[in-house]
Design a binder for this molecule. Structure first.
Ligand code: TRP
Length: 481
């Protein structure tokens, strides 16, 4: 087996690993995106579809991805190379790792811009900047924050620096320390805000908005959005979990950790939704306000409520911490890859990749002002193009490849060395999901997201299914023979 030139670190405990993975999963996806897509898609029924995607598709891929990292014992590129060599498979499987490294940097490039905005709002709130704010003023505030590329770029830069400082210090001194500090803080703030939400008088309305399912409201598009978001929110399909899995020791249980990660991520998304919608309803605001929900709606509420200064600051601090623990995990696959190639130290690798990603991020900064209507792909500006390319194409593609490798290419005996289920039923569910649900779901997402009309959608679906069955059949024969 090909070795990397640098020794691979290890998490100091199973618990730290779980916290780091939860930290990666819980981020802007939970607090910013989930509430607004749930709001846009009518609540209840969407939430149920989302939960189904998380447990039926997300959990098995998460388990598979972490296991592939532990089996390959390296950064995602090298890990997939090792896994391919070990299973007599094509070296082309390294492509899965490369796809992830690139997608991670691309996501990070816009992630730090949105997270930077949350950082700016945190300081605004601390200075009492939301006091007695009405809808117009909230709109004006948002517009003024994003209108200047210098201001937005400043916060993007600051947040990027935080990320780089942590990643440069390595797994134990950087990632673990930050996680140990941030995750308890995050949970505490969340509980305080949830307590506050129950006292707004609109908590019941918020609960029924999130859970009362009216399936007549559900559209096909909502199903696609839910599926795509399941990948994003669990940090799967990109190699983040593979990189983190490489640091998992032999004795730790991947299945148990994965169940924790999925349950925590889901609970936190739901709590964030309940908090935000309680505030929204208590102030007679619109739940379907789109991406601006967090930045244009909540400051009004914080400006009107008693103690809004404290709760507003806590809320945006929560967003910043959640985003930071995710940002480091977006950079880790690329940094570990460059470091383990042996030419650069970890600090150098972080600086190089950070500078590159920061530069790409300027495209997103400009997408909020000068380049707002400079369309790259369809009617999408730079930001929307990067988001579409990664969330709708590269992540599902990564997820599909992980599922195919784990379900077909990975030899049973090799897999058993790193992944064991104590429960037969669960094992069967895992195999079925990776073999049939995931490929089908991802193909559907692809075919529809490319939105080329019915003819092309059908062609993509049919070609995809035939190619998939052919490959599966060949692996099946090889393993049997
Ligand atoms: N899951 C994080 C969120 O919800 C974002 C994230 C971190 C991510 N690492 C990832 C998304 C890897 C996809 C792949 O905000």
């Amino acid at each position: 087996m090909a070795r990397t030139k640098v020794s691979i670190p290890a998490w100091s405990s199973q618990w730290v690993f779980i916290m780091a993975a939860v930290g990666s999963a819980v981020g802007l996806g939970n607090i910013w995106k989930f509430p607004y897509i749930a709001g846009d898609n009518g609540g209840g029924a969407f939430v149920i579809v989302y939960l189904a995607c998380i447990f039926l598709i997300g959990l098995p891929i998460l388990i598979a991805e972490i296991s592939l990292g532990r089996a390959g014992k390296a950064n995602p590129v090298q890990a997939m190379r090792n896994n391919a060599l070990n299973n007599n498979a094509s070296k082309a499987w390294t492509g899965l790792g490369i796809n992830g490294v690139i997608a991670g940097l691309l996501i990070l490039s816009f992630y730090t811009v949105i997270a930077g905005l949350a950082l700016a709002y945190f300081f605004k709130s601390l200075q009492g900047g939301f006091l007695a704010m009405d809808a117009n003023e909230a709109q004006t505030l948002f517009n003024s924050e994003v209108a200047s590329p210098w201001v937005l770029g400043f916060w993007h830069t600051l947040f990027m620096l935080f990320t780089l400082l942590i990643v440069a210090r390595g797994v134990r001194a950087g990632l673990e320390k930050a996680i140990n500090f941030m995750m308890p803080g995050l949970l505490m703030i969340l509980l305080v805000l949830l307590g506050y939400a129950t006292m707004t008088g609109s908590f019941g309305q918020s609960v029924s908005f999130m859970f009362r399912a009216d399936f007549s409201q559900l559209t096909w598009n909502a199903v696609l959005v839910a599926m795509g978001h399941a990948f994003f929110t669990l940090s799967i399909g990109l190699g983040t979990m593979m990189a983190y899995g490489a640091y998992v020791g032999r004795k730790m249980s991947i299945v148990q950790a994965s169940v924790w990660i999925v349950v925590m991520d889901t609970l936190i998304a739901i709590m964030a939704g309940l908090i935000i919608f309680s505030i929204v309803f208590a102030n007679a605001l619109e739940p379907g306000a789109g991406p601006g929900l967090l930045f244009q709606t909540l400051p009004i509420a914080f400006g009107q409520m008693a103690g809004g200064w404290v709760f507003g600051s806590l809320f945006f601090l929560l967003v910043v911490m959640a985003a930071l623990s995710s940002a480091i995990s977006l950079l880790e696959p690329a940094v570990s890859w460059l470091e383990q190639r042996g030419r650069y130290s970890r600090a150098q690798a972080t600086a190089l990749l950070g500078a590159f990603t920061w530069f790409i991020g300027l495209g997103t900064v400009l997408s909020f002002n000068y380049w707002e209507s400079v369309y790259i792909f369809g009617e999408r500006n730079v930001f929307a193009t990067l988001d579409f390319l990664t969330s709708s194409l590269m992540l599902p593609l990564g997820g599909l490849l992980i599922a195919v490798f784990a379900a077909w290419t990975w030899q049973k005996s090799k897999r058993a060395e790193v992944l064991y289920f104590s429960n037969q039923l669960f094992q069967q569910f895992f195999d079925t999901s990776l073999r049939y649900f995931t490929p089908f779901a991802v193909l559907v997402v692809f075919a529809f997201n490319l939105a080329l009309g019915w003819l092309w959608t059908s062609v993509i679906l049919i070609v995809g299914i035939v190619a998939y069955l052919g490959y599966a059949w060949r692996c099946h024969q090889a393993q049997a023979g």
